[in-house]
Structures are given as structure tokens and as C-alpha cells.
Ligand binder design. Sequence first.
Ligand SMILES: NC(=O)c1ccc[n+]([C@@H]2O[C@H](COP(=O)([O-])OP(=O)(O)OC[C@H]3O[C@@H](n4cnc5c(N)ncnc54)[C@H](OP(=O)(O)O)[C@@H]3O)[C@@H](O)[C@H]2O)c1
Length: 334
Amino acid sequence: MNHQIRLKSRPAGMPSADNFEAADAPMPTVREGEVLRRTRYLSLDPYMRGRMSDGPSYAAPVNVGDVMCGHTVSEVVESRHAAFTPGDIVAGYDGWQQFAAGPARDVRKLDTTGLPPSTAIGVLGMPGFTAYVGLYDIGQPKSGETVVVSAASGAVGSIVGQLAKIKGCRVVGVAGSSEKCAYVVDTLGFDACVNYKTGDLMTALKDACPSGIDIYFENVGGAVLAAALNALNRGARIPLCGMISQYNATEDPGGPNLRSLLVNRAMIKGFIVSDHYDRFPAFLAEVTPLVRDGRIKFREDIVDGLDAAPAALIGLFEGRNFGKMLVRVSDSGR
Ligand SMILES: NC(=O)c1ccc[n+]([C@@H]2O[C@H](COP(=O)([O-])OP(=O)(O)OC[C@H]3O[C@@H](n4cnc5c(N)ncnc54)[C@H](OP(=O)(O)O)[C@@H]3O)[C@@H](O)[C@H]2O)c1
């Protein structure tokens, strides 16, 4: 049987476990030109909240009753395509299920030498690529500039800061606990990190950025954005990547609706990573060696089993994850 987690109902506000249902489907069948794969890792990402709603967005929602979507790392178990053999490790978009079958073109064979395969959906996957596109294309960091990034210990923010450090910038993170801030400074090598949940955020951010902010990489919105706007330098750039503090809002948060800038790819400047995949090979060529030799560090937060996915997804909106949120769907030995 193929164990799956499906969308049962659309949430109002914060999702709950009741919005999901577990089900066992028959094993998918494999046609000519297709591969059958068993999911090893499933990525959980904030954008999934948008797919649970049917409001206007840049991507179609998951239909109620359908398997939840998501990036996956899988092992080929049966191949009817000449380029794949059982045992190959592939990246795809197979969603919250144990098995998937489909055209070979839907998966990318991975070279996992020296790296955990799960990196293909984290630091060397969509989140890392998002950091690369937003920081380089919109931020355009120059040596000596000050870069501030919110959700700094997370999948995207942690890579933004490390890439900016490599470019010679002063890098300041903003994160939601003293433990996360310590990790951001001590392990990732940021120059400073401000805990936005304690003290006077405006003052703390200004103190951490004595020369002002040249680039604010926006992941959260709300009070953190307000504090960053207050310390901008002339000519500052704001890659508008995400506004997680608003994803579960049931009322208009007030002020200018900057989320509209995000989904409309407008200036400040909003961007959506899926528009930029032509540059994914360039990203992999530049960043894979940095990860391999340890110049870019990454942290994964892994839960076991598909049935743990709903709670882990909800945890993203409460800051319960510490690093790239992943589900280990099956072990390599099975
Ligand atoms: N534009 C694109 O194409 C694109 C692509 C990928 C991701 N994104 C966006 O990038 C952002 C980061 O995603 P990620 O995958 O790297 O997630 P992540 O940072 O690994 O996890 C989410 C983190 O957001 C923080 N957070 C949650 N609720 C918050 C709130 N109300 N206020 C402030 N911070 C809050 C929490 O960290 P703390 O404990 O530090 O608060 C939480 O750990 C999200 O906004 C996501 O939507 C955009």
C-alpha cells in the first residue's frame, strides 16, 4: 500500500491536524518511460500554507482530497526508462506519500557523493537556491555592506547570511530565540543576531547595524520589517522573499500590504524562486563545493514518518523548527 497524507479541509487561520487525513492508496503502476520511486525525505516549507488555501496566489492550491504537495528525495525501486536503475537517488516533487510513479523527466538523478541526499531539498535545493537568487539578483551585495536577514537560523536565512559573509559583508541575523541566535553567530559565523522576541527590537537592530542596513533580506514581515525599514541606508535593497508572520492572518494586518509586493513580484522587489530555475545549474556549481568543503554549514530538523508531517508543518509557523524542516519517510535500508 502507498501511505499518504491528504488535504482534508482548508484551514481558517493557523492550520490544525484536522485539516489533514492519512490514507492508504493502492501502489502506483509504472508505465513505459516512467520510474517508480520510494520517498526517503519530504521537505516541509512555509509556502505549503498558501497551497492549503484557495485564495488568489501565484500557484494553484492543492485540491481538498488530494495528496499534499512537496519536494522529495527518493530511491528508484522500479524503472521503465533507460536512464534510471533501481537504487538511483532522485529529487522530485512527489508530495506527502511513500511511493510515486511518473515520467522520468519529473525527477533529477542526484550525485550524492560526500553529501547527505537530503541536502538536495535543503541547502542545495529550493531553499538554498532561493537564498542565492534573492541575495545575488536583488540584494547585489558588495564587500563592506551591512546585510540583515530575518528567520536567520532557517533554511533560507542561514544560507543568505553565509553567502553574504563570503562576499565580505557585515551580516546580522534576526531570530526567535537565544539558542537560535547563538547558533547563527557561533556556528554560521554571522557578526551578530538579534532576538526579536525580547527587548526593544528597533534599538537592538540599530545597535547591531552601526553603519545602517544596505540589504534587508525579508522573510517574515511585521515588526521585524518595521524595525529594518527604520535603519535603512540610502540605496538599500530589500529582496522580498517571504512574510511568514502573515501566512495565517485572518484579518488585514494593517499598514501597507507588502505581501502584495511578494506575490506580484513588484518592487521593493518581490521574487519567487520558481521563476529562476534556468539558473539552478549555476547555483549548484557555485554552492555545492562550498557545502562540500564546509564553508557553508547547514542544519536539518528531521521528524520520522509521514504521520508526523502535519504537526511539523504547523511548527514552522511557531518557530518550533530549528533548521531545514524535513520528514524522514523511509530509511535507506528498506
Ligand atoms: N519567494 C520565494 O520563492 C520563497 C522560496 C522559499 C521560501 N520563501 C520564504 O522564505 C521564508 C523562510 O522560509 P524557510 O523555508 O527558510 O523557513 P524556516 O526559516 O526554516 O522556518 C520558518 C521560520 O520562520 C520564523 N517564523 C515563524 N513564524 C514567525 C512570525 N510570526 N514572525 C517572525 N518569524 C516567524 C521561525 O523562526 P524564528 O524562531 O526565528 O522566529 C521559523 O523557524 C518564508 O517566509 C518562506 O515563505 C520564499
